[in-house]
Design a protein around this ligand. Structure first.
Ligand SMILES: [Zn+2]
Length: 458
């Protein structure tokens, strides 16, 4: 009897444990099953929507056209800039640089702002080089170029701008503006190819530079990222390289649209450079984000923040080869509610209010940069700047990843989006079931323990 009584609790406990294990595996199975159903139900409608959207795009031409009330044509914009320069010969000059090969020709207008042109020793001044319109479909960027030049000429003014103090800074600066780097690509967009970002013969001018040139990621799409036949195969890139090397700027800014971001090197690595220059760049971007972007802008290395690497970009070349101490890529606008083929809407504001807001905000951001940029260089005490790396929640990280992918390339994003949603769902389910299992496990142990104790005195 006693043996039985002693054996009984042991058997009882073993049964309890096996019941518990059974529950545990059932839970695991249930979790996997649930996850599967969730992923299927999550992916099905989105895929369906994506297919439906693609079909809708093909069947009905409901794509947003270029808003001619807001946007200049490329010819008109260049003309406006030329007459602006003509009205302000004391401050502005313009030159047109031409190049070509294999029957393909390109030309780039470069406007130089120099406060007092008589004292034209560029090398003794603070030098800033800015390029707009490197991608054909990003029309808003060239409009921003015109706005910035109009403010520099003092024909237009920024609200809340202290012109006297700004002039103090600008006196010691030379600013070269390339309003439309990719004129041939832009012409294609104006001819109706609204999604074209490459140049007039299908090469992405932001993949044609020599740093890490030609490397292709798994999702490489030649329609978007064709790097050309060799580094600097394209006349546009040759002109820009020559300009950058001869001007030797302190600051380089490559202005794009498709999202809101302030990027620093690297694009081809998943990290920012080490040391003081990197800290300077990050501090400056933090400031611009706080003051002009209402902290909405993504900040960091292009490669690390967007979630994929880009090879052969202008900004990496400027930083690594031309040794421009502050090399940036600004992304000034993106509409992630636009369908993937509605490129004009995805990359450019389509209504007057947003158009004006984007130009006002970003013109102000550039003038803050003109003011703060030089001060970063004469204040050597910034050697000990604090690290500004921040912890980012998984949701923020994933959101950033998604937004970047969608906006920069505009295509095949639904699939990725579903993938990330699944990961997020799995992650949450995993956490929830872990907590539940832990809870069950603890309560089992305490119950089993009580029975063993109560069985002993008998
Ligand atoms: Zn772009």
């Amino acid at each position: 009897m006693e043996n039985n009584r002693e054996a009984c609790p042991v058997q009882f406990t073993t049964r309890r444990v096996s019941v518990f294990l059974l529950i545990l595996s059932a839970m695991g199975g249930l979790f996997l099953l649930l996850s599967y159903f969730l992923s299927v139900s999550a992916s099905f409608p989105t895929h369906a929507i994506a297919v439906a959207t693609a079909d809708a795009d093909r069947t009905q031409p409901s794509l947003t056209p270029i808003n001619r009330d807001l946007y200049h044509s490329s010819d008109d914009l260049i003309e406006q800039i030329r007459s602006l320069v003509h009205r302000h010969p004391d401050k502005l000059t313009v030159e047109t640089i031409r190049a070509g090969n294999k029957g393909y020709k390109s030309e780039i207008s470069v406007v130089t702002y120099c406060h007092s042109r008589k004292d034209s020793d560029e090398k003794s001044k603070f030098r800033i080089l800015i390029s707009f319109g490197q991608h054909g479909r990003e029309l808003i960027t060239s409009e921003l170029a015109l706005r910035i030049l109009s403010i520099l000429s003092e024909e237009q003014f920024l609200p809340k701008m202290d012109r006297a103090s700004l002039n103090g800074t600008l006196e010691n600066a030379v600013i070269k503006v390339v309003p439309m780097e990719n004129l041939n690509g832009r012409k294609l967009v104006e001819a109706g190819y609204l999604c074209e970002r490459r140049n007039g013969r299908g090469v992405d001018l932001n993949r044609n530079w020599s740093v890490d040139w030609g490397k292709k990621e798994k999702d490489y799409d030649p329609y978007e990222e064709n790097p050309g036949t060799a580094p600097f195969s394209e006349p546009e890139t040759q002109i820009m390289r020559k300009l950058a090397i001869s001007f030797d700027p302190h600051i380089w800014i490559n202005v794009h649209s498709g999202m809101e971001a302030l990027f620093m090197p690297y694009d081809h690595k998943n990290r920012t450079p080490d040391g003081l220059p990197s800290q300077r760049m990050r501090l400056l971007l933090e400031e611009l984000n706080n003051v002009h972007c209402q902290k909405r802008c993504m900040i960091g290395s292009g490669g690390g923040s967007v979630g994929y690497l880009a090879h052969g970009t202008a900004t990496d070349y400027m930083y690594d080869v031309v040794r421009v101490p502050m090399s940036f890529t600004f992304e000034i606008y993106g509409d992630n509610t636009a369908t993937t083929k509605d490129c004009f809407k995805m990359f450019n504001p389509v209504d007057h209010t947003t158009f004006k807001r984007v130009l006002d905000d970003w013109a102000a951001a550039f003038f803050t940069l003109f003011k703060l940029g030089p001060s970063q260089f004469d204040d050597q005490s910034k050697a000990g700047v604090p690290k500004v790396d921040k912890w980012v929640s998984i949701d923020e990280y994933l959101d950033g990843y998604l937004m970047g992918r969608r906006n920069r390339y505009g295509k095949k994003m639904e699939v990725l989006e579903v993938g990330m949603q699944e990961i997020r769902t799995y992650f949450r389910l995993f956490l929830l079931s872990s907590v539940l299992l832990l809870f069950m496990f603890c309560s089992r142990i305490s119950k089993t323990g009580r029975q063993i104790v109560s069985a002993l005195p008998m």
